[in-house]
Design a protein around this ligand. Structure first.
Ligand code: BTN
Length: 275
């Protein structure tokens, strides 16, 4: 894309996972800014070991390789800027407003999931300096552009949970237009990661778009679960939850937006659980 670091765009017809592809490229020395976009993934990866699936040619499946000058405890922000850029792009190209459910799910105003983000760091990256700067982070995003077209396309467990831009707008959407707009919006946001003032700007944007803040949430950790009210996002992009007696900071985990009784779904994510 002219005027951005994203000049090397690898367009793949089919790949197991664009994240896996770029992590391998990173280990082989690929530069900051390489993009992989696929028509189809045979083993698309979702968060927390889930799968990410979409019919060939329907949705935007893309990853970017970043080597940000970012303190290790701020790495969450690399994923956050991709989520923010995607909300920018959907707004600019389609006039559709999306919110961000912590950590990085993009939700339509009806609470259904339109996109998910998965960041994977190459921890062994030789390019990472002593402070972690320059280490490779691959951030993948799957945006439900044209699938599902209707709820009947979805497996039963995703009905009421997942939606697409097409379903929201009632018309087909051009994937390339969305891809290009994401990359244009991403450039200044990635540049911001290198400075304290820039990172503050990005976290402020995340706070402004994060629909989790002020919401009653259930937090699923590796071996426990708790509930509370999400009250803040820290400068590293972590979520603070008020449990009544104390405040807990959530760095990683799954967050469910709890709804008043009578409403069927929390925003659980559109990824299918592994079998
Ligand atoms: C989530 O679970 O919400 C995150 C889903 C991330 C899916 C995208 S699709 C492109 C990239 N390649 C992958 O294997 N996963 C990410």
């Amino acid at each position: 894309m002219p005027g951005t670091r994203f000049s090397d765009i690898r367009r793949l017809q089919s790949v197991d996972s664009t994240n896996r592809y770029l992590l391998d490229e990173a280990r082989a020395g690929a530069d900051d800014g390489v993009v992989a976009v696929a028509d189809h993934q045979s083993a698309g990866r979702g968060r927390l070991g889930r799968r990410w699936e979409a019919p060939a040619g329907s949705n935007l499946l893309m990853s970017v390789l970043l080597r940000p000058d970012l303190p290790p405890d701020h790495r969450h922000l690399a994923a956050a800027v991709v989520a923010l850029a995607a909300t920018d792009a959907v707004d600019v190209v389609l006039g559709l407003e999306l919110g961000i459910k912590w950590p990085n799910d993009l939700l339509a105003l009806d609470g259904r999931k339109v996109a998910g983000v998965l960041a994977e760091a190459d921890v062994a990256s030789a390019a990472g300096g002593p402070d972690g700067g320059g280490a490779a982070i691959v951030v993948g995003i799957g945006i439900n552009v044209n699938w599902p077209e209707a709820d009947t396309d979805l497996p039963p467990d995703l009905v009421g949970v997942a939606t697409s831009l097409r379903q929201q707008l009632g018309r087909r959407v051009d994937r390339t237009e969305v891809l290009e707009a994401v990359l244009v919006a991403l450039e200044p946001r990635v540049s911001d990661l290198a400075t304290t003032a820039g990172r503050i700007r990005q976290v402020d944007d995340l706070r402004a778009r994060c629909t989790t803040i002020g919401t009653r949430v259930g937090v699923e950790l590796a071996d426990s679960r708790f509930e509370g009210t999400a009250c803040a996002v820290t400068s590293e992009g972590h979520l603070v939850v008020d449990t009544g007696g104390s405040r807990r900071t959530v760095v990683a985990g799954d967050v469910v937006h709890l709804r008043p009784p009578g409403q069927r779904h929390g925003a659980l994510g559109a990824a299918a659980d592994p079998e």
